[in-house]
Design a protein around this ligand. Structure first.
Ligand code: GDP
Ligand code: MG
Ligand code: ZN
Length: 290
């Protein structure tokens, strides 16, 4: 049996990249349909071969994560792209994206592009987000500066890019792919997209066992699926277990450990402010929905 990863799916066919580097066109065993388990791009699978280029998916490995939009399994990390300038960083959006990523249980790396336009904002972002455990990279997608460090972060993982439009996601992604093609002497196989098929996400192989998802994730950030009293758990710098009040929202309560951490500089003020703003937004939504 061959092991591989589904890099594309179209109309009931799945394209599985196997260990030899070949792409095998596969159909799935009927048992998956019966158990309502649909193979997804990103799934790690075991296949049996029908002939040299065709196979059958026999087994789908347990998924480590599952994104809904784009619908991709086993994404390990999100590269959250913002521009240092043009457009300016929208911190509310950055925090909301990080919340969604935490909710999915995948890692996040913050990638700040357009380093040529600014050298002041980067230190500010780094100070806030490195403190709380996110890696913060600086790149210039036009010159390729910083792209090597980003490529290093991608190694051995399935990564999705996220961020608002105009920040340089496509330019970064192209830059990464361009270098890959040069590395492999033009052998990199880009799978052509069928002209009349629905647009599905696919994986682009950038080096051995290293993939990027071809469409950006988290395009619209709707946090209404998070309950107000659960928001605290997706702020990873909040040591919520240490707050002595079990139902504390760390807002107006007196003697709260989170607010103590804030005063002692263990939680950045910007993050606490974001927490309060989003908390009130979630509470308002609930009231509005009644
Ligand atoms: N000055 C500068 N412009 C950049 C850089 N990277 C991308 N751009 C420009 O920013 C604009 C938006 O880039 P694009 O990749 O389409 O952004 P996307 O919407 O996030 O995919 C384009 O005009 C790019 O040429 C950079 O590092 N520096
Ligand atoms: Mg784009
Ligand atoms: Zn508290």
């Amino acid at each position: 049996m061959n092991q591989g990863v589904i890099v594309k799916g179209i109309a009931g066919f799945y394209y599985v990249r196997v260990e030899s580097g070949e792409i095998i066109e596969c159909s799935a065993r009927g048992k998956f349909r019966k158990s309502k388990l649909t193979p997804l791009v990103g799934d790690r699978v075991a296949i049996s071969m029908i002939d040299e280029t065709h196979g059958t998916i026999e087994e789908i490995k347990t998924r480590e994560s599952l994104l809904i939009r784009p619908n991709v399994a086993n994404v390990n990390q999100a590269i959250v792209v913002f521009a240092l300038k043009d457009p300016d960083i929208n911190y509310t959006l950055l925090n909301k994206i990080l919340i969604v990523i935490e909710h999915y249980g995948i890692d996040a790396t913050i990638c700040l592009n357009k380093s040529d336009l600014d050298d002041f904002e980067f230190e500010k972002v780094k100070k806030i987000y490195k403190t709380i455990g996110y890696d913060v990279l600086k790149v210039n997608a036009l010159t390729g500066e910083g792209i090597d460090a980003l490529r290093e972060k991608l190694k051995g993982k399935i990564s999705v890019f996220a961020g608002p439009s105009g920040v340089g996601k496509s330019t970064i992604s192209n830059n990464i792919q361009k270098d890959i093609i040069m590395e492999t002497g033009g052998l990199s196989k880009k799978i052509s997209r069928g002209k009349h098929t629905t647009r599905h996400a696919q994986l682009i192989e950038v080096s051995n066992d290293t993939y990027i998802v071809d469409t950006p994730g988290f395009s619209s950030i709707d946090l209404s699926f998070i309950k107000a009293d659960e928001l605290q758990y997706v702020f990873k710098e909040f040591k919520v277990g240490e707050c002595k009040f079990s139902s504390c929202l760390h807002h107006k309560e007196i003697g709260c450990k989170i607010k103590e951490d804030l005063e002692n500089g263990l939680i950045p003020q910007e993050r606490y402010t974001a927490y309060i703003n989003i908390l009130e937004e979630l509470q308002d939504n609930r009231r509005g929905n009644r």
